[in-house]
Design a protein around this ligand. Structure first.
Ligand SMILES: [Zn+2]
Length: 414
């Protein structure tokens, strides 16, 4: 399994939990969300929760007070299972949610292994769970190299998903435009150009050192700065030629310190969204090409699953909009059958197609369809790609092919 599969899977599991959490609402401020970075001590968090618990005794409404205190107690109970926060931190949600008909249900969820590290501690108590920081992590995927520069300073870093990571900086000794008295104008201009050239070389070396080892995993390089610096830097081809080929564009950015890296990402948002979509689109283009002219396309739950089981699927293409479960029934004669049902529907009983034995809902196993397929894919060394519906072919995957397709390693005739 490569990192990409792992992150796709985690992101999927997260997306699902987030969707579930955003559907809940509580009355008043009684839903508690706590974001814990990995470097926080669990004892600190417990102390914080204990403090909030005692402060909650001042809440006037008895119902809200009880609900908040119950939520905090439940979170404290969960925290007891941890000596330290897991890698990347964790998020805890707890509260009495509106269950309809004036009833409430107590819900507590712990999310470990977020797709990106939790950056700061958040304690949040509101009528809804706080899910935005997690949603942000699910935005763009990918790895991009960032360079911002003017003639005075430069910063390079990474964009990993939505997260900007500054890595190295340099500042130049390029003299200002004003020459000192006694220097000839010509000599001054030449020295200045030399200094600029040296600085561009230094920036390129810094970028090369960081990016070249990762160039095969990278989705692109973004360059930002004022004009004409960034243009000179790119036109002069200072970067390693393979990085030069990865440049997605140059962008106007006023600051070239660490904050400039974030400005660069903002300025490039359209290009980043496009790049992301292009990755999905190239998968779908390959699928359609095989479907129309080749033999290596499969689609629909049953066929794709069979091919997966045989180890014949190279890439599994699943729509991000799939909201289905698969129910597996095993009858008294050991016939195994599956039904795909909408996530919101109850599990139906099932009559075995081979022997007529009825398997009740209670005796069936129900699973999220994407998790079910990713599990098989992982065992067979198949890559999984979650495809958005933000472009035409992605929408077709969902609407015309049931959200499930694959590109095969070899033709199976299934
Ligand atoms: Zn049967």
């Amino acid at each position: 399994m490569n990192d990409d599969d792992q992150s796709d899977r985690r992101k999927y599991e997260f997306r699902k939990v987030i969707e579930e959490l955003t559907e809940y609402s509580g009355s008043g401020t009684q839903l508690v969300s706590i974001y814990v970075p990995s470097d926080r001590q669990i004892s600190d968090i417990v102390a914080h929760v204990t403090q909030e618990h005692s402060e909650a005794s001042n809440i006037k409404s008895k119902q809200t007070r009880t609900a908040v205190q119950d939520a905090l107690t439940s979170i404290k109970d969960r925290l007891r299972y941890y000596d330290n926060p897991p890698e990347n931190g964790m998020v805890l949600f707890s509260g009495a949610i509106d269950a309809g008909g004036g009833q409430t249900d107590m819900v507590t969820k712990v999310l470990e292994h977020p797709p990106q590290p939790i950056e700061s501690f958040i304690y949040h108590c509101d009528s809804a769970f706080l899910t935005e920081p997690l949603e942000e992590m699910l935005g763009d995927k990918g790895l991009f190299g960032l360079i911002v520069l003017d003639r005075r300073e430069a910063n390079v870093g990474w964009l990993k998903g939505k997260r900007v990571e500054p890595v190295k900086s340099a500042s130049s000794l390029v003299p200002g435009k004003q020459r000192k008295g006694g220097q000839s104008a010509q000599r001054f201009a030449r020295l200045r150009l030399e200094a600029i050239d040296n600085f561009y070389q230094e920036v390129a070396e810094m970028a090369d050192d960081l990016f070249v080892p990762k160039r095969h995993e990278m989705d692109g390089v973004l360059v930002g700065g004022p004009s004409p610096t960034k243009d000179e830097f790119l036109d002069g081809e200072y970067l390693h030629h393979e990085l030069q080929d990865l440049v997605l564009g140059k962008f106007d950015v006023s600051y070239t310190d660490e904050s400039g890296l974030s400005d660069l990402v903002d300025a490039a948002s359209d290009v980043l969204a496009e790049t992301e979509m292009m990755k999905d689109k190239s998968q779908m283009d390959e699928f359609f090409k095989e479907l129309h002219q080749g033999e290596l396309a499969t689609y629909g739950f049953e066929s794709t699953r069979q091919n997966l089981m045989m180890g014949a699927v190279d890439r599994l293409l699943l729509s991000e909009d799939l909201r289905q479960d698969v129910v597996t029934y095993v009858c008294e004669n050991d016939h195994e059958q599956r039904e795909v049902i909408d996530r919101r529907k109850n599990t139906p009983d099932h009559e075995c197609e081979q022997c007529g034995d009825v398997v009740t809902a209670e005796a069936a196993t129900r699973e999220d369809i994407i998790e079910h397929l990713i599990d098989i894919a992982e065992q067979r060394g198949t890559e999984t790609k979650l495809i958005s519906t933000d472009f035409e072919e992605g929408e077709q995957l969902m609407n015309a092919f049931g959200g499930i397709a694959g590109i095969l390693r070899y033709s199976t005739g299934i």
